[in-house]
Write a protein that binds this ligand. Structure first.
Ligand code: ARG
Length: 461
């Protein structure tokens, strides 16, 4: 038979292909809580405005509560003939309360309904992501505080560059996540306008109060243009762009843990709870969780690409293509939540092998810049010349397989006679990091300041 919602103008029902390609209920059932909340706000407003009687509004509102209780207990039924969560709920409401159910859709369309539900869902996802990122920041700051003075090699090109502290390195990720949380806050502020009441595309002739429904649903105001209201998915794209940016940061952190956990580095022992073994090699402990965080970043970026391409050619206002907005957002949100939780656990529970880190900093000629800087400061040699002299010292030490500060003074003075015994104080890795006390530098005292500021910002102190 033809459709119970719009069958009036149809002679025949949909083909099985039409039913299947049209059905969004398999995924948009995730919106059921938002759909019930928006419908309750809508019917309360209709009653207040005298558009629906008190008796019918009470029946509708009570019926929606019952539908919600059923969904909570048994899940949302998936009937492709009902297409989506909106019609599934309205149809069940009609079974429960009869014809009064038909008054709920007054002054509303599924176009403004789905835009409202989806905004509410994405708003929750943003709040969940923010809470997860805050927990990750707490883990980073806690470990950074423990390791403000733990020395490790700093890298450029993944080649040993200058000594830094592990606390400084971890605080770099704190900064990335701080920016990500501010991106989420920006996106949330832009999202928080209510499309409900835009109806199909042009607004409605009923005397509705859009400010009332906006306020009930926690929006700052109603949207200003009905065409934009039903065709805008910027809020979902903002979320995906932010999710993609976050996933890039998580992926880089995951990549560092993977490298650090490898045997040649040996900088970190990953928690057993976030590692796996091998079915053939008994010695193996693999960083699978970190690798999956790195992998999931690709899928999250893919979700962003997917929705951008869905939206790029759509004329105003609603087109059915927009039904495809939800799977990428749902997938990105759940992959992101898992990735944030995995990295939080990894940071909180990793065992850092600080002796290995310190040893790697010492053996990589990481203090060569300090020798050059010393020559500039103590002997007033131009930096370029000091760079050259230092290069000769590194070459000599390397040929003997020893560290810079293990070169005898006699050999150093043969390279340049202006070098004296005071140079050794500058060549230790401790002296190197302590010297870098410029604002934001790696000196332990600076790192401790940044950690203290971060703890205040997070409400930990
Ligand atoms: N299932 C639809 C979606 O998710 C709801 C809106 C349908 N509107 C329409 N004009 N067919 O986009």
């Amino acid at each position: 038979g033809s459709n119970q919602m719009w069958g009036g103008r149809f002679a025949a029902g949909p083909s099985s292909i039409m039913r299947e390609i049209n059905a969004s209920i398999p995924f948009d059932k995730a919106l059921w809580r938002q759909d019930i909340a928006a419908s309750k706000a809508h019917v309360a407003m209709l009653e207040k405005q005298g558009i629906v009687s008190m008796v019918d509004a009470a029946a509708i509102s009570g019926g929606l509560d019952q539908v919600a209780a059923e969904y909570e207990a048994n899940g949302v039924p998936e009937n492709w003939d009902l297409e989506d969560i909106h019609m599934t709920t309205e149809s069940r409401l009609a079974e429960l309360i009869g014809t009064a159910a038909g008054r709920l859709h007054t002054a509303r369309s599924r176009n403004d309904q789905v835009a409202t539900d989806f905004r509410l869902w994405v708003r929750d996802a943003m709040d969940e992501a923010d809470a997860g990122l805050k927990a990750l920041q707490v883990a980073l700051v806690t470990r950074a505080g423990e390791h403000a003075a733990s020395i490790m090699p700093g890298f450029t090109h993944l080649q040993t560059a200058q000594p830094v502290t592990l606390g400084h390195h971890l605080m770099a990720y704190y900064e990335m996540i701080r920016r990500d949380r501010s991106r989420l806050a920006d996106a949330r502020a832009r999202l928080n306008e209510c499309p409900l009441g835009a109806a199909a595309l042009a607004g409605t002739g009923f005397p509705i109060d859009r400010f009332a429904t906006a306020a009930t649903l926690g929006f700052d105001r109603p949207t200003a243009n009905s065409l934009d209201s039903v065709s805008d998915r910027d809020f979902a794209l903002d979320f995906l762009m932010t999710a993609a940016q976050i996933s890039l940061h998580l992926s880089r952190l995951a990549e560092e843990f993977i490298i650090w956990a490898s045997q040649p580095f040996g900088f970190v022992v990953l928690p057993d709870s976030l590692s796996t073994g091998s079915s053939i090699m008994p010695q193996k402990k693999n960083p699978d969780a970190a690798e999956l965080v790195r992998g999931h970043a690709g899928r999250i970026v893919g979700s962003l690409t997917s929705l951008m391409i869905t939206m790029k050619g759509l004329p105003l206002a609603y087109s059915k293509d927009m039904q495809d907005d939800k799977p990428p957002v749902f997938e990105a949100a759940s992959l992101l939540a898992l990735s944030v939780a995995a990295m939080t656990g990894m940071v909180a529970e990793a065992r850092f092998r600080t002796e290995r880190m310190r040893g790697a900093a010492e053996l990589g000629y990481a203090t060569a810049t300090d020798l050059a800087d010393w020559l500039v400061r103590q002997a007033d040699i131009p930096f370029r010349q000091a760079h050259h002299i230092t290069g000769a010292a590194v070459k000599l030490a390397e040929s003997r397989g020893i560290a810079l500060d293990q070169l005898p003074l006699k050999d150093l003075r043969e390279i340049d006679s202006r070098i004296d015994e005071r140079v050794y104080a500058a060549l230790s890795v401790e002296a190197s990091v302590a010297a870098r006390a410029s604002h934001g530098g790696t000196a332990p005292a600076e790192v401790e300041k940044r950690v203290a500021e971060a703890k205040v910002a997070l409400g930990l102190e």
